[in-house]
Design a protein. Structure first.
Length: 185
């Protein structure tokens, strides 16, 4: 029988109150609390903490505190990743950023989701869908990436946009829900 963590990582309904998952979230919150208290000029300490927190690439990332994560180990970043103040990553599934991605302040990435049916939701189960962001993407402040979206290479997501569908490469999207407002040459 699959563990609740295995179910979570496969995108199946799972029980987030499972002791293993609670322990892993607590560990992530401790690392995040330490990170958020670390002096801005302590670059090596910050990168070491992100290296321990993120699944991969944290040691080469630049992330302004404060940040929030669920688990951390489901976050993967490539070289040139920068996130401004107040970003939130609900990473029950993978959140992957290609090289040279820039996140404005308060960007939220949500892989976690709940059943739409109220009876199923009342059972307390949840699931998740991965988020994939290509290379050279700029995400404006307070934008939200919803579960399951893919953002193509070179795309721009305007500040405040709520992305609920995939974003084509080399486009600018804006609004709630986000729609293509411009194609880039």
């Amino acid at each position: 029988m699959a563990s609740e963590k295995q179910k979570m990582l496969r995108g199946e309904l799972y029980d987030a109150s499972d002791p293993e998952l609670v322990t892993e979230r607590e560990r992530a919150r401790e690392l995040v609390a330490t990170y958020n208290r670390t002096a801005p000029d302590a670059t090596d300490d910050r990168r070491a903490l992100l290296g321990e927190l993120f699944g991969s690439g944290g040691e080469m990332a630049h992330v302004e505190a404060p940040i929030r994560v669920d688990y951390g180990y489901n976050i993967e970043v490539e070289a040139g990743f920068e996130a401004n103040f107040g970003c939130v990553f609900l990473d029950v599934r993978s959140i992957t950023f290609g090289a040279n991605c820039l996140l404005g302040p308060g960007v939220h990435c949500y892989t976690a989701t709940h059943p739409v049916d109220p009876d199923a939701r009342a059972e307390g189960l949840e699931s998740g869908e991965p988020i994939t962001v290509g290379e050279n993407v700029w995400i404006g402040g307070q934008a939200v990436l919803s579960p399951g979206v893919t953002v193509g290479n070179g795309a721009v997501i305007a500040a405040g946009a709520v992305v609920v569908e995939d974003v084509p490469a080399r486009t600018v999207v804006a609004g709630n829900p986000a729609t293509v407002v411009r194609e880039l040459d």
